[in-house]
Design a protein around this ligand. Sequence first.
Ligand code: LCS
Length: 411
Amino acid sequence: MKYNFDEIIERKGTNAMNTDGFREYIFKATKDMVFPYKDEEFIRMWVADMEFAAPPEVIQAIKDRADQRIFGYTKVFDPNYYHAFSNWTKHHYDWTFEKEHLVFSHGIVPALFELVGYICKPDEKVLIVTPSYAYFKYAVDFHNIELVTSDLVNQDGYYTMDFDDLEAKAKDEKVTLCIFCNPHNPTGRVWTTEELKRFGDICLENNLTIISDEIHCDLLRNEMTHTPLAKIFPETDRIITCMSASKTFNLAGLMFSNIIIPNDEIRAVWKALHNDTENPLSIAATQAAYEHGHDWLNQLKDYLDDNFAFTKQYLEQHLPEAVYRIPEATYLAWVNISAYLPNEENLPLYFANNAGVLLEGGNMFVSNSDGYIRLNLACPRSILTEGLKRISEVLQNVNENKACCELQSVK
Ligand code: LCS
């Protein structure tokens, strides 16, 4: 079956964050905030969900479950869920895990909030690398725990970990947990096995627990492969792996994720304190995605690869001073535009006001991200083209105005 990723689907009226939540999320504003564009005129390239329909096989599974008509309290009892998910991890990453280690959460973000509280004592600290998905910080802040950051090293848009710095920070006895993003949002790095080994060795030798957030692990460019961090360290029980079908199949609103906790003590605390009932539609959808989603995902990845190649070509032609590499993973382009706009500019506000594009700016990724914009490329090519056109035109104008001012001051 050929799936259609060119279709434009109206999301207005569906309570979508993407269409209706941007004032609050990006601008911390109320619905009264006004822009020179009507809401429906914006090109939306911000929150990390997709403009594509979920696989029809998944939608059918939701309908089939709905046809059973009773939606009472539900948990995952059927072993077929474990089989579907562990077959998926075996097939895609040549890795599996014990059934008893698998627990569920209404999203990976809620799991992070809980796990930080279960793992850390009040005077302990949590390590992350930056730039970072901001909820890693929020989960730590929520517990009034100190956050320690290690900046990634950026060479022409290619990010690597600063292992000496990480090691120095991990050696602090108060640092007991690291929240790690594999593959990495927002830089799109797929860490190599050598990088994962070195990173894991540093953390484990210094007695840190690691939460490896692998939510983006299915959304890799075609030539890349994902390695779960836990696969490299089969002998430890200190790595918690978070995975879900939500990014992969555009099911974030169903709020169902897999949390693999091999450590008996942490899992016992989780089981004692976690509200462990689930949404029956979400279980049905997720199981169907793992059982029947392979072809859809392959076609999605081809479409995304083309969107990234198209973006590269477009930016090279129209914004040659932007620093952009096709990311190894995610559907998010991370573009340095500091050659065009001063770092102090509020970039999301600038593009919303001047280009009619909703995007996320470096200011939203904790630190070490000045001058960057993040563009969500999981949209039909026609929307992407319009978004890139608007962004390029507005930045070209900035440059022309700059050149014009310089010329006038010379005169
Ligand atoms: N972890 C990472 C690394 C993410 O990028 C996201 C979503 C989540 C967790 C959310 O997990 P959930 O609670 O939905 O299971 N990332 C988003 C982003 O970068 N912008 O919008 C959402």
